[in-house]
Design a protein around this ligand. Structure first.
Ligand SMILES: NC(=O)c1ccc[n+]([C@@H]2O[C@H](COP(=O)([O-])OP(=O)(O)OC[C@H]3O[C@@H](n4cnc5c(N)ncnc54)[C@H](OP(=O)(O)O)[C@@H]3O)[C@@H](O)[C@H]2O)c1
Length: 270
């Protein structure tokens, strides 16, 4: 797959382990998803790999992302951990390899772990490289360390209650694709009056409105679901076109309500 074919919608897999994870990815691939988001820390790369294999789909029809966890951000463990991920996924390469958090467990420098990330690409273990949860300050440092044009993606939390506009604008100015994670704020925004009102106007679900809003902003998004009807609805949302006024109404819901706030999170952009 090339950059231009990174599907706008992927299936998220956080929290989905064992058979739940397997079934979710299987259903998503059956429904037509071609983009899967996993991570070493999700402890589901094995079942994701099995679901991909059992789907019978060609490798180059898929876009698979995984993320390197904080304890592997050192020059000794990084590449072996990626090879381990590939073994679990039963793949020769991933399409996108991300640094999961800009917070190495043992204080390694960005230069150390980005060199390892670049080496993974040079060794053919991934097609593209990127980061996740990076702030503007982190991105500036990363851009100064990596070859021009090689930083493909920043995966960050984006939903109607956390629109992250400043960071998104910085990414756009610097040619970095943005993937918006937790698009539903893990379900919270699906109860919002404004979103429900727009959903009613279009005769669709709140989830479809949110996916359409993310895509209208040029974002890739990766909702997770354990239910076939929700998995299918989220994909169908790609057909929904919101008006400029509806997009603005949703933008105005931003209230900085961040869901992912582990104690190792960086100082976020405002
Ligand atoms: N890079 C990072 O640090 C990071 C952090 C967090 C998440 N992520 C990625 O982002 C993905 C998405 O985040 P998330 O899974 O935490 O939260 P989310 O996608 O915002 O919300 C998932 C919740 O929404 C529900 N849902 C999904 N589709 C629905 C629909 N059509 N109608 C009603 N409810 C629906 C699901 O319930 P049902 O199962 O009942 O459908 C589930 O409870 C993760 O899976 C992971 O891949 C990345």
């Amino acid at each position: 797959m090339t950059e231009s074919t990174m599907p706008k919608l992927g299936i998220g897999t956080y929290r989905l382990k064992e058979d739940v994870g397997y079934q979710s990815v299987r259903m998503a691939l059956e429904e037509g998803y071609r983009h899967i988001d996993t991570a070493q820390i999700y402890e589901n790369e094995v079942v994701v790999g099995r679901a991909i294999k059992d789907s019978g789909l060609e490798r180059d029809a898929l876009f698979v992302t995984t993320k390197v966890w904080r304890d592997k951000l050192n020059k000794t463990d990084f590449i072996p951990s990626v090879k381990e991920s590939l073994k679990k996924l039963q793949l020769d390469y991933v399409d996108l390899l991300l640094i999961h958090w800009p917070s190495p467990a043992n204080g390694e420098s960005m230069s150390e772990y980005l060199s390892a990330l670049l080496a993974a690409k040079e060794q053919g273990l991934t097609k593209e490289i990127g980061v996740s949860n990076f702030t503007i300050a982190h991105l500036k440092e990363a851009l100064s360390l990596l070859p021009e044009g090689s930083l493909f993606n920043n995966q960050i939390e984006v939903h109607p209650y956390l629109t992250n506009e400043t960071l998104r604008a910085f990414c756009a100015e610097n040619g970095i694709h943005v993937t918006g994670y937790m698009p539903f704020a893990v379900g919270k925004v699906l109860k919002d009056e404004t979103i429900l009102d727009i959903a009613e106007q279009h005769n669709v679900s709140a989830a479809e409105v949110v996916v359409a809003w993310e895509v209208a902003h040029g974002l890739v998004t990766i909702p997770s679901s354990t239910k076939r009807e929700n998995i299918a609805a989220n994909l169908k949302a790609l057909e929904l076109k919101l008006s400029a006024e509806e997009i603005k109404r949703i933008d105005s819901l931003n209230c900085g309500d961040r869901q992912a706030t582990p104690d190792f999170a960086p100082e976020w952009d405002q």
